[in-house]
Design a protein around this ligand. Structure first.
Ligand code: BDP
Length: 603
């Protein structure tokens, strides 16, 4: 059965039943859910909203920190009109591992918390009545989970997740759940590539369907005028006088796919698409053959109460703030975000560096801390990593490129964040995933990974594989902070000179200083807003001194939740905005700088 994972959209032939709302929920403290057949329905439960992380609703620590299986349940009414069609249940994401039961029968197991999955339920569904949907979720981390971590047992018998990464292990059904009804013969997927030719664009497309009837393409401009038509599952259509998708100046065509049997419409699916090209040449990143300079942020999907649950209100606010202070890009650190985020970025003309959830590939309790101290735990020396984590990582790469390939905003693939790229054993792993990303992506977008501080030039064994060198650097914070900043700058300049010798574009994917909002001191001290501004100014002087730096993305857009500990004051405070999306003083400094830097800065 074909996997119909396209983003759920209505059309004359497609129907969607949205299942978001209050679900029933239970922790499985004693691991009794399987034996007690909770798949058939929960006995004791509380109500909980979907989509959202479960963690921050509760007032006790046991619930917030719960590690293990949790169960969700709801009933969904399926009208008879849908019978005769294919019916799939589709999850935008569920973190991390999900087993789905419909009317008591297991229909899906999905590993990984940040990508959509679905299951066909044709044979199980009952029409004109309610159907029971139960989901068992597990949020434990391991060397083979992506992101990586471990689980410890406390003396009271409770389990506790120990992430090897610096963000809270939020868990739950994080994105929308839908029933998607499609015709038996239907559109399963489509892929686009663009070639610019003077004022025109050649749109190379391929469409996958479950049948043999003819495929028709119609493209409309923003005034809903037909601009081009095509026929067949694979073809090229030409758009004369094309209006390109440009950075902060997006133009979106409508791309309509139909399957027809003569005049009879069998299936129809339509999305908005932006036409643009992306290429790296020398030390530059080109969009539509013009060099671009990226300004913006590393982000998180993180907000109060909802945790990592998709939150359209926060999404809207985030884009307004980013536009306000002159940003034009962000990285989906450290996992693929909700599909709605990319739709918004397409519309607003933001460049997205799309990242996999491969973070924490250092064996340590506090990845960021140990890594910055130069302790290498040789993650890639472990055979399990090659035997089990790598094939799974490769599956994630296939799935996320397939999900996001048609978004104009997605211009760079980031395949890992701060892995241990210093050991020889990492090289074959990296070679395979870099090769795969190019194979899967028809547009051959540039590939990168975010390099950690200790993996300096000459020590990092994998940076030669990158089309763009991405650096996470904290000179003036983790290294040479405070009054020592002068030495931090010197060391930073020296290191950058070595990176520049590689002759590749360099992107600063992280630089930042923890800052307690409202804390002021003259002269500055670390953690004050005054220091955050001095720190940023120093960083910018370094970036401006190197021609091959093609962009700067501050860590982080907003303060975000992490595991508690001596390094974090109720979360990471490197935000330029608070967790409630209000500006720290540095937001104005960035606004001034970014509004003054042209898109083709350094050219
Ligand atoms: C880097 C990580 C990021 C952390 C950041 C920090 O990529 O996830 O939050 O540093 O320490 O190590 O603030």
């Amino acid at each position: 059965m074909a996997n119909k994972l396209l983003y759920p959209r209505f059309s004359p032939t497609r129907r969607i039943i949205n299942m978001d709302g209050m679900w029933r929920f239970s922790f499985d403290y004693d691991n009794q859910g399987d034996a007690a057949n909770w798949k058939d329905g929960l006995k004791d439960y509380v109500l909980i909203p979907v989509p959202a992380s479960f963690n921050d609703f509760f007032t006790d620590k046991e619930s917030r920190e719960y590690t293990g299986d949790v169960w969700y349940e709801t009933d969904v009414f399926v009208p008879k009109e849908l019978s005769g069609n294919d019916l799939d249940i589709r999850f935008g994401s569920a973190t991390h591992d999900a087993t789905v039961y419909v009317n008591g029968v297991e229909v899906a197991f999905h590993k990984g918390g940040f990508l959509p999955f679905n299951a066909n339920i044709n044979d199980l569904v009952k029409y004109d009545t309610f159907n029971k949907v139960v989901v068992k979720l597990n949020n434990e981390l391991s060397l083979e989970s992506i992101p990586c971590g471990s689980v410890i047992s406390l003396s009271n018998g409770r389990k506790m997740a120990k992430p090897y990464f610096d963000f809270y292990n939020y868990s739950g059904i994080h994105r929308s759940v839908n029933l998607v009804s499609t015709p038996k013969e239907s559109i399963v997927d489509y892929t686009l590539n663009y070639i610019l030719d003077g004022n025109d664009a050649r749109v190379e497309y391929s469409v996958e369907t479950t049948g043999e009837n003819q495929v028709y393409i119609t493209m409309y401009d923003e005034d809903n005028q037909v601009v081009a038509e095509g026929q067949g599952k694979e073809n090229v259509i030409v758009i004369n006088n094309v209006k390109l998708w440009n950075v902060l100046d997006a133009y979106l065509y409508k791309f309509k796919i139909q399957i027809k049997d003569n005049d009879k419409l069998i299936d129809e699916y339509q999305e908005e698409i932006g036409i643009r090209t992306v290429e790296v040449k020398g030390t530059r990143l080109y969009i539509n053959n013009k060099p671009v300079y990226l300004k913006g942020y590393g982000k998180h999907e993180d907000s109060e109460l909802l945790g990592r649950g998709h939150n359209p209100h926060m999404l809207k606010r985030d884009f307004e703030l980013m536009k306000w202070n002159g940003a034009n890009s962000f990285r989906t650190s450290h996992y693929p975000y909700a599909e709605e985020v990319y739709q918004m970025a397409d519309r607003e003309g933001f460049v997205v560096i799309d990242e996999t959830p491969a973070v924490g590939m250092w064996i340590s309790i506090n990845n960021f801390f140990t890594a910055s101290k130069g302790v290498s735990d040789k993650y890639f020396d472990n055979p399990i990593v090659h035997e089990r984590t790598k094939p799974y990582h490769m599956q994630v790469i296939r799935d996320y490129i397939n999900r996001d390939k048609n978004h104009a905003c997605v211009c760079i693939w980031s395949l890992l964040n701060e892995p241990d790229s210093t050991s020889e054993s990492a090289v074959s792993y990296f070679e395979d995933i870099f090769k795969l990303a190019h194979e899967v992506d028809v547009q051959k977008r540039p590939r990168t990974f975010a390099n950690v501080m200790v993996a300096k030039p000459g020590i990092c064994k994998c940076s030669h594989l990158c089309d763009i060198i991405s650096l996470n650097r904290y000179f003036g914070w983790y290294v040479n902070g405070g009054y020592e900043m002068v030495d931090g700058k010197k060391a930073f300049m020296e290191e950058m000179a070595d990176w520049a010798k590689m002759g590749k574009p360099i992107l600063m994917t992280e630089y930042g200083a923890d800052t307690y909002a409202g804390e002021h001191k003259l002269p500055s001290v670390m953690w004050s807003e005054d220091y955050q501004m001095e720190y940023l100014e120093m960083q910018h002087e370094v970036f401006d001194s190197f021609d091959s730096v093609i962009g700067e993305q501050v860590w982080n857009f907003a303060d975000f939740q992490t595991t508690e500990g001596i390094m974090r004051v109720n979360g990471n405070k490197k935000g330029i905005f608070t967790r409630n999306r209000q500006p720290k003083a540095a937001a104005y400094l960035l606004k001034q700088r970014w509004e003054s830097l042209p898109l083709d800065y350094k050219n």
